[in-house]
Design a binder for this molecule. Structure first.
Ligand code: NAD
Length: 500
């Protein structure tokens, strides 16, 4: 058992039209923490009726409330107050997130800070948002009016749940949409803080609604609901496919942020100290449960053996343990089901003949109170062939594959040899080559000689099976708004006279 944070809520409820409440049918499910794997709370299990009520509240706040037409400055003031509310609770958010997800506390603190920044950033975007105008010579003029799309359905995963919820909430609210958030069922705890943060900030009732529940029930009801024109989804590629199919009959606007299997390409002329640090951090931070994890390290053959040795010995020293301990580098994996899945990939790697260099099992020396947790030592597989499942499929845990390449062309071919295309990391001292490879690698986001540092203005998203659409800065606002064009003649209107 780990020590739970003080004052844990014993039950988590929906929040609809400014009021907390149970499910219409009284349904609940239990949620456990990943260290004890014992239930700590009962959560309202939303169904179609709860989603109906939440969408009705969001619709009323959209059509009858002040929110969509509030002057940008007033809307931004509320978003900034939400950011302040998050900052005031940053320590609490981090401790709840760590307890619920198993993320190391130092990394959870960073996520809480980023959540506040999401609101501050989109508050600024709201006041600088402009609408285009087009002049066609001297004859015609057109101007764009940008309207919020309506009720946005926001469906989030269990990795960094609070931060990812705010990454959708902030632009949706900045755009003037009203929202229904459906958090992941394995990690509902931190979302429970949002109602009081939103209310305290002065967000009108019904603008923010929260429905807990199982994906295939509550999530599916939100996707199918005729009153929800936008669905922003972050999660697995398979779930994304199911959501796209379910949304097709109603032609909903979809933003799909899906899985990844991102390459970290290291050439012999790179700064190998930095590249090693970055490669290790890139795959083992956030427990490896990170969509942009550099989970395939591709190393030029002349440095391959030395790099494998170095990655192995560093991985063995990575501190795995109590997520609440500030010294912990890898915490507990989120859920026993996910833990079993990740261990299954370790077994698949062994069965397919990859060479296990580090980890592969529970770390030794865990103190007795951690024995029940979902722990896996930082795991490094070398000599991984592109045909192997561990090379192609997303593991979403602290497991990295290392594969050698001969030349630039082979590096690019290997980098592209998966269905995914979310991120890529390139390490080389040759700047021209860095850009060539960056252009050739199929990835929505590439970092050259650096790790995953985000600029919130830039397009975030993947190609291939990693997603559809972009979030970030103006891309998010485009998604949550409809641009409509109004045409006006500047002089006489000449019309060809049919039937005259
Ligand atoms: P998941 O797809 O299992 O679940 C995500 C959310 O979808 C949950 O809230 C779940 O309840 C809901 N859901 C499940 N089935 C549904 C359905 N039929 N209809 C509607 N909603 C449904 O994903 P996960 O396991 O929670 O998260 C891990 C995945 O998320 C990984 O693949 C990871 O790469 C991906 N991810 C991607 C990004 C990105 O920005 N590209 C960021 C973080 C995580």
């Amino acid at each position: 058992m780990s020590t739970p944070p003080p004052d844990l809520p014993g039950k988590l409820e929906h929040f609809i039209a400014g009021q907390p409440g149970e499910s219409a049918d009284g349904g609940t499910f239990e949620v456990a923490d990943p260290v004890s794997n014992q239930p700590y709370a009962t959560v309202a299990a939303g169904g179609a009726e709860d989603v109906d009520q939440a969408v009705a509240a969001a619709t009323a706040a959209f059509t009858g409330g002040p929110w969509p037409d509030l002057p940008a400055r007033a809307r931004a003031a509320i978003l900034n107050r939400i950011a302040a509310g998050i900052e005031a609770r940053a320590a609490r958010i981090a401790e709840l997130e760590t307890f619920d997800t198993g993320l190391p506390i130092t990394q959870a603190r960073g996520q809480a800070a980023r959540a506040a920044e999401n609101f501050r950033f989109f508050a600024d975007m709201a006041v600088t948002l402009h609408e285009d105008a087009f002049r066609s010579g001297t004859s015609q003029f057109g101007y764009v009016i940008r309207r919020p799309a309506g009720v946005a359905g926001l469906i989030t995963p269990w990795n960094t749940p609070f931060m990812l919820a705010t990454w959708k909430l902030a632009p949706a609210l900045a755009s003037g949409c009203t929202v229904v958030l459906k958090p992941a069922e394995w990690t509902p705890l931190s979302a429970g803080l949002l109602p009081e943060i939103m209310t305290e900030a002065g967000l009108p009732d019904g603008v923010f609604n929260l429905v807990h529940g199982i994906g295939e029930v509550a999530g599916a009801a939100l996707v199918a609901h005729p009153g929800v024109p936008r669905i922003s989804f972050t999660g697995e590629t398979g779930t994304g496919r199911a959501i796209m199919a379910a949304a097709a009959p109603r032609l909903k606007g979809l933003s799909m942020e899906l899985g990844g299997k991102s390459p970290c390409v290291i050439f012999a002329d790179a700064d190998l100290d930095q590249a090693t640090d970055s490669a290790l951090f890139g795959v083992f931070s956030l427990n490896g449960e990170r969509c942009t994890a550099g989970s395939r390290i591709l190393a030029e053959r002349s440095i391959y053996d030395a790099l494998v040795t170095r990655l192995g010995s560093r991985a063995e020293r990575i501190r795995v343990g109590d997520p609440a301990d500030p010294g912990t580098e890898i915490g507990a994996l989120v859920h026993p089901e996910h833990y079993t899945r990740v261990l299954g990939y370790v077994q698949a790697g062994l069965d397919e003949g990859a060479r296990l260099v580090a980890g592969g099992n529970r770390p030794g020396g865990l103190s007795a109170h951690l024995e029940s947790g979902n722990y896996l030592a930082a795991t490094v597989f070398a000599d991984v062939e592109p045909s192997m499942r561990i090379f192609r499929e997303e593991i979403f845990g602290p497991v990295v594959c290392v594969t050698p390449f001969g030349d630039e062309a082979e590096a690019v071919a290997l980098a592209n040899a998966t269905d995914y295309g979310l991120a890529a990391y390139i390490w080389t001292g040759d700047l021209a080559r860095a850009h060539r490879v960056a252009h050739a690698v199929e990835a929505g986001m590439t970092w050259i000689n650096s790790h995953n540092v985000r600029d919130l203005r830039t397009p975030f998203g993947g190609v291939k099976a990693s997603g559809l659409g972009r979030e970030g800065g103006p891309h998010s606002l485009d998604f949550y708004t409809e641009s409509r064009i109004v045409h006006v003649p500047l002089g006489d209107t000449h019309v060809t006279r049919f039937g005259a």
